[in-house]
Design a protein around this ligand. Structure first.
Ligand SMILES: [Zn+2]
Length: 486
C-alpha cells in the first residue's frame, strides 16, 4: 500500500509540474511595446456624410433591384470624396460595384486590397415598428448614428474612403498600390459584385499582399476568464450547405389504420438522429489560434485550462458545446430549417421533406457533410440531396505570421491599446471568400468595440453605431494604410 501511495504521489507531483510548466511557458502573443497613438482629428463633416449614405436604402433583394438607390448613393460618394475621384482610377463592375486603384511609388511591392459592400439587408415590414428610429433615417442623436448599414457594412466602405481621402489631403503617396473594392450584392451571394471583381483582378494578373474585409469585431466580455475586450481577426470563414431530406412512400394510407412506417415518422426519426449525433467538436485551425492568443491573457484558472489542452481538451470542448455561440466555432452545425408534410388531418401523407442547413468548419467540406449525413440517417427510404445553389465550402485559413496579419495586429494595438488580439473564425459568409484566388492572406475584421447586444443589430433591428466607434474606425483604416506602406 505504501508503495502504491508513493507511486501515486510521485505521478501527481509530475502532473502538477507539467501543468505549472505549461502555464509558465504559455507566453503572450500580443506585440509588446507598441505606443498607443494620440487620437487623430476626424473631419467634422465625416459623420454627416456617413449619415447621408445610411439614408440611401440600397437593399439587396433577389428581385426588384432598386437601381435608383444605388445610383443616388454612388453620386453621393463621388461628391463627398472629390480628391478620390481626381486621383484614383475608378472602375465599375456590373454597373454598380466599384473598384478604386491608388497608385503607389513601388509597383514591385504587392498591392493591398480593402473590401466592403454597398448593399444592406431588407427590414421585414412587421419589424419596422420595433425600430426606435426609422432604419433609413441616418439619425445622429446623443452620440449614436442610427440605421441599416451602420454596422453591416457601410462603416467599412466609408472607413476606407475617409482614410484615403484624409491621406490624399496630406499628400501622402503610398509605397505600394492600394485597391478598394465594394460589391453591390454581398447580401445575396456576391456573384455580380465580389465574384466578378475578383475575376477582374485575376484577369489583370493581380495578387494581393493581403485582403481586408468586414468580419469579426472587438467584443466586450467575449470569453469567460478574459477581462479585456477581444479583437478577433477573422482568418477563415465557415462554409455552408443545405441538404434536402425526402421520404416518398408509395402510399400514405388512412389515418384510421396507420401503417407501421409513416413518412412524417421516418423523417422525424432521421432529423432526430442528426441532432443527437452532432458533428464532432475540434479545437484546431482557427479555434486553436483563438485560444493560443487569448489563453495567455486569461485569469489563472482559464489560462491553466488552455495551456494544458493535452489534458483538458474534453472538459474545454464540453464547456464550449454548452453555449451555442461557442459551439458554432468548434463544429459544423446542424440546423433543421424547413419541414413540409401533410395536407389534411385525417389523411396519411405519403411524402415528407425537410431542409437542413449546415455551417461547415474548415477541414470539412460539402462532400464530407453529405457523406456523414447519409451514414447517420442510414435509411434507404430517405433520399438525401444537395441544394447546390446555396453551397460554399469553408475558406482556407490565412496565416497569423503574414505581413498582413502583423500589420493588422499592430494597427489594432495602436488604435485600441486596451484590447487583446486573436485570430478567429467567421461563422457567417462574407464577400472575402470570393477573393481566394487573388490572395493567400485574407482577413475579416471590422474595427469597432461593441457588446453582444449591439451585434443583434446586424441583420436585426435597431442597427446603430456610436460616433466614437465610427471615428475610431476611420483612425484605424488611416493608420492601417500608413503601416502597410512602411
Ligand atoms: Zn456584411
Amino acid at each position: 500500500m505504501k508503495v502504491f501511495l508513493r507511486v501515486f504521489f510521485f505521478f501527481l507531483f509530475v502532473l502538477i509540474v507539467i501543468i505549472a510548466f505549461n502555464v509558465i511557458t504559455f507566453k503572450s502573443k500580443q506585440i509588446k511595446n507598441i505606443k498607443p497613438l494620440d487620437a487623430l482629428e476626424i473631419p467634422p463633416q465625416a459623420v454627416e456624410r456617413f449619415s447621408s449614405l445610411i439614408k440611401q436604402a440600397t437593399v439587396s433583394k433577389s428581385t426588384d433591384f432598386d437601381s435608383l438607390a444605388f445610383k443616388a448613393q454612388d453620386s453621393l460618394l463621388q461628391n463627398f470624396y472629390p480628391l478620390i475621384s481626381k486621383r484614383l482610377e475608378r472602375k465599375t463592375i456590373n454597373e454598380f460595384s466599384l473598384v478604386y486603384k491608388w497608385k503607389g511609388k513601388d509597383s514591385n511591392l504587392k498591392p493591398i486590397l480593402l473590401i466592403g459592400h454597398l448593399d444592406v439587408v431588407p427590414i421585414a415590414s412587421q419589424d419596422l415598428a420595433l425600430w426606435e428610429n426609422p432604419p433609413f433615417s441616418g439619425l445622429v442623436k446623443d452620440g449614436v448614428i442610427w440605421g441599416r448599414g451602420t454596422l453591416d457594412d457601410k462603416i467599412n466602405v466609408v472607413g476606407a474612403l475617409e482614410a484615403v481621402s484624409m491621406l490624399l489631403e496630406e499628400e501622402f503617396v503610398p509605397a505600394r498600390d492600394i485597391y478598394l473594392a465594394f460589391g453591390h450584392d454581398e447580401e445575396i451571394g456576391g456573384i455580380k459584385g465580389a465574384k466578378a471583381i475578383a475575376q477582374y483582378f485575376k484577369d489583370q494578373g493581380l495578387s494581393f499582399e493581403y485582403v481586408l474585409d468586414e468580419g469579426l469585431v472587438i467584443l466586450e466580455e467575449a470569453l469567460k476568464g478574459l477581462n479585456k475586450p477581444l479583437a478577433m481577426i477573422g482568418v477563415a470563414e465557415k462554409g455552408f450547405t443545405t441538404l434536402e431530406l425526402k421520404v416518398n412512400l408509395k402510399e400514405g394510407g388512412h389515418s384510421a389504420m396507420p401503417p407501421k412506417e409513416t413518412a412524417i415518422g421516418l423523417l422525424c426519426n432521421a432529423i432526430n438522429r442528426l441532432q443527437t449525433k452532432q458533428f464532432p467538436a475540434k479545437i484546431d485551425g482557427a479555434a486553436k489560434g483563438l485560444f493560443s492568443y487569448a489563453g495567455p491573457e486569461m485569469n489563472l484558472l482559464y489560462k491553466s485550462l488552455f495551456a494544458n489542452l493535452w489534458l483538458t481538451k474534453r472538459l474545454v470542448k464540453n464547456q464550449l458545446l454548452n453555449d451555442p455561440t461557442a459551439a458554432s466555432l468548434v463544429r459544423t452545425t446542424t440546423a433543421p430549417t424547413i419541414f413540409n408534410s401533410g395536407l389534411k388531418e385525417n389523411v396519411m401523407p405519403s411524402e415528407a421533406t425537410a431542409k437542413i442547413n449546415f455551417r461547415i468548419i474548415p477541414g470539412e467540406s460539402i462532400e464530407s457533410v453529405l457523406k456523414r449525413v447519409k451514414k447517420i440517417i442510414n435509411q434507404p427510404l430517405i433520399k438525401v440531396s444537395l441544394l447546390e445553389d446555396f453551397s460554399s465550402n469553408p475558406s482556407k485559413i490565412s496565416s497569423t505570421e503574414s505581413f498582413g496579419y502583423r500589420v493588422l495586429q499592430r494597427t489594432v494595438q495602436q488604435i485600441f491599446p486596451e484590447v487583446i488580439i486573436s485570430p478567429g473564425l467567421v461563422i457567417a459568409a462574407t464577400d472575402a471568400r470570393h477573393y481566394e484566388e487573388v490572395s493567400d492572406n485574407i482577413y475579416r475584421f471590422t474595427p469597432i468595440v461593441i457588446d453582444r447586444s449591439d451585434l443583434k443589430g446586424i441583420h436585426g433591428n435597431n442597427e446603430h453605431i456610436s460616433v466614437d466607434n465610427f471615428e475610431n474606425a476611420l483612425r484605424f483604416y488611416k493608420q492601417l494604410l500608413i503601416n502597410s506602406c512602411q
